[in-house]
Design a protein around this ligand. Sequence first.
Ligand code: SF4
Length: 203
Amino acid sequence: MADILYVYQKNVYVNLTNRCPARCVFCVRNKKDGVGGSHLVLEEEPTADELRAAIDAFSFDGYEELVFCGYGEPTCAVDNLVETARYFKERHTQKIRVDTNGLGCLYNHRDILPEMAEVVDRFSVSLNAPDRKRYDELVRPPYENAFEEVLRFGTAARELGKDVVFSVVSILSEEEIDRCRSLAADYGIPLKVRSYIQEEDEQ
Ligand code: SF4
């Protein structure tokens, strides 16, 4: 059975869903069934009851953040995400982060940010590329305006008062990473570069 909660370094991660509308060429799911000794391929998505039970059974002492990330795009299960984050927030003091591809509003056909902003403290949004052409090559999204939506999503989250970082994976060239950094700075958002090797160990 797949793990609902798993630990990586100082954080606890929630494995909400394996769904994702994108098909990133670098996605760790193309290579293995889990990270850090956890098995993350879900036979069925956990229900809200199962998520609450997993939180009740876990000791969060000493951990820094609860991160919705898992082995898919967490906003594909946004209702369970918000409900679980609210349940956690009522009981624990750790910050809540969502690692997202930034395409959740397109996937859900509505603006999901206001409901997430009620319970989420931080967003790490995958920028992935310095321009639309490169983004489409790497992420292979099913939406025409995906790259622009990622920029909009990050900006909108920040305007709601959230900590936001854009992220890229180090399969980009140094020149491309510099362009991503410059683009992120244009939006007033810092850029985090995740090593491709690290990406294999940290979803
Ligand atoms: S957005 Fe994340 S989960 Fe989805 S394909 Fe890309 S790396 Fe994988």
